[in-house]
Design a protein around this ligand. Structure first.
Ligand SMILES: NC(=O)c1ccc[n+]([C@@H]2O[C@H](COP(=O)([O-])OP(=O)(O)OC[C@H]3O[C@@H](n4cnc5c(N)ncnc54)[C@H](OP(=O)(O)O)[C@@H]3O)[C@@H](O)[C@H]2O)c1
Length: 262
């Protein structure tokens, strides 16, 4: 059994642990370090790496990117030539990570999104040693769609498409629910209807394998109601998504600069 030590296990670390436990992974294979002592449900939680007192097979960096420079020397003391260091830190590139952990067997970057907690995440991966990919693939695939990327650019681009999508989709559902409320629906009923409509549509899109244009065409009769709605939506949607992702990209570049300079 490979052992995994999370150093920092807040929102995202706990989401990943929840996904692995749901997939049937042995809880005894995970230990989490949280200075606050807040337990991570289902696994051993300690306050410091020293208290964990183990040489794990995998170390997952789950603290904030700005903390890397301060925490890396302490983490590196627990890294041997058998340790795979897995970083979920936004903005910390492979060269930076390898610089901090030169003794590691390999360094892996992962950028999970929140639905990893229900095993339907998107988690792009980048590995310093491609020979390890086949060993790690089944483990990461337990959490959802886990593609290996060929470059930092590809890794970043998938992260941008998927990373914030749960927040954008939550807004989208809420907007439909508000529109339903505006038409007199009970708020709870409006929210359930909007949420289930988005879930069912995503499910159909994922399972049918058909192009998105075809899925849209099937509910769009000529000169009908959906066509009238799409005329409004299509006029704004691509520009809106582009501007949304551009704003997120710009902020990410600022954070990456802060991480390098921290
Ligand atoms: N949230 C996302 O959607 C998302 C997506 C992709 C990647 N990420 C990356 O995931 C990382 C964590 O983000 P998050 O949203 O999970 O943040 P978070 O909820 O604030 O978790 C941060 C964790 O770091 C721990 N920590 C703080 N100081 C520490 C120290 N000195 N030593 C060890 N652990 C320490 C915290 O401990 P306590 O619990 O005791 O406070 C907490 O568990 C970030 O690097 C972020 O870039 C996040």
């Amino acid at each position: 059994m490979a052992t995994t030590l999370f150093i920092g296990c807040g929102n995202m670390g706990s989401a990943m642990v929840a996904g692995w436990l749901m997939a049937g992974e042995d809880p005894a294979s995970f230990t989490a370090v949280r200075p606050s002592g807040t337990p991570v449900p289902g696994i051993r939680t300690v306050r410091s790496v020293g208290e964990a007192d183990m040489i794990p097979d995998r170390i997952v960096l789950g603290f904030k990117p700005q903390q890397l420079r301060d925490l890396a020397p302490d983490v590196a003391r627990w890294v041997t030539s058998r340790t795979t260091v897995i970083s979920m830190l936004a903005g910390a590139d492979m060269a930076t990570l390898q610089g901090y952990f030169p003794r590691a067997r390999a360094v892996v970057r992962v950028m999970p999104n929140q639905p990893v907690s229900v095993r339907r995440g998107v988690l792009p991966l980048l590995c310093s040693d491609p020979a390890l990919q086949s060993e790690l693939q089944p483990w990461f695939s337990m959490l959802g769609f886990a593609p290996w990327c060929l470059s930092e650019e590809e890794f970043g681009a998938i992260g941008f498409v998927a990373g914030s999508t749960p927040a954008y989709v939550a807004r989208f559902i809420a907007a439909f629910a508000a529109a339903g409320e505006g038409r007199g629906l009970d708020p709870g009923l409006a929210l359930t209807a909007a949420r289930e409509a988005v879930l069912g549509s995503a499910w159909l899109a994922a399972s049918s394998g058909e192009p998105m244009t075809e899925l849209a065409r099937r509910v769009t009769s000529p000169n009908g109601t959906t066509e009238a709605g799409l005329k409004v939506l299509d006029a704004e949607l691509h520009g809106l998504i582009d501007r949304t992702l551009a704003a997120a990209t710009a902020r990410s570049a600022e954070l990456a600069a802060e991480t390098r300079g921290s």
